[in-house]
Design a protein around this ligand. Structure first.
Ligand code: AMP
Ligand code: ZN
Length: 113
C-alpha cells in the first residue's frame, strides 16, 4: 500500500521540506490552516499513535524536540503555537503515517473544532 508521507521521505513526491535528518522530515502542509503549518514526521512508517512501540519512545520524544526547534525558527515560539496529532477517523486523521502538526502565527480557538 502506498503511503503519501513515505513517498515524500523517498523524494518520490514533491514537498516543501524545511528540515531533514536521519530520523525525521518536516515540511509545509499543502493545505495550511494557519500562517505556520508544518508537519513533522518520523522516517519510520508508523500508521497511528496507537502503533507506537516501546522502541519508538526516544523517536517520539525527538519529534517534539524538532517541533520545538522549528517553532523557534519560524518565530512563533514566544507568541504561542499548537501541536496536534490526530489519531483515527473521528479526530480527522487522513494520512496514516504518524505526524505532528505545528500550527502558529494566529490565535487558536479552544475547544478545537
Ligand atoms: P491529518 O488530517 O492529521 O491526517 O493530516 C494530514 C495533513 O497532511 C493534512 O493537513 C493535509 O493537508 C496534509 N497533506 C496531505 N498530503 C500532503 C502532501 N502531499 N504534502 C503536504 N501536506 C499534505
Ligand atoms: Zn508512511
Amino acid at each position: 500500500m502506498t503511503c503519501i508521507f513515505c513517498e515524500i521521505i523517498q523524494k518520490k513526491r514533491p514537498a516543501k521540506i524545511i528540515y531533514e535528518d536521519e530520523l525525521v522530515v518536516a515540511f509545509n502542509d499543502m493545505n495550511p490552516q494557519a500562517p505556520v503549518h508544518v508537519l513533522v514526521i518520523p522516517k519510520k512508517h508508523i500508521p497511528t499513535l496507537l502503533d507506537i512501540k516501546d522502541e519508538d519512545k526516544v523517536l517520539l520524544g525527538y519529534l517534539f524536540q524538532i517541533a520545538n526547534k522549528i517553532a523557534k525558527d519560524k518565530g512563533v515560539s514566544g507568541r504561542g503555537f499548537r501541536l496536534v496529532i490526530n489519531c483515527n477517523p473521528e479526530s480527522g486523521q487522513t494520512i496514516y503515517h504518524v505526524h505532528l502538526h505545528i500550527l502558529g502565527g494566529r490565535w487558536m480557538h479552544w475547544p478545537p473544532g
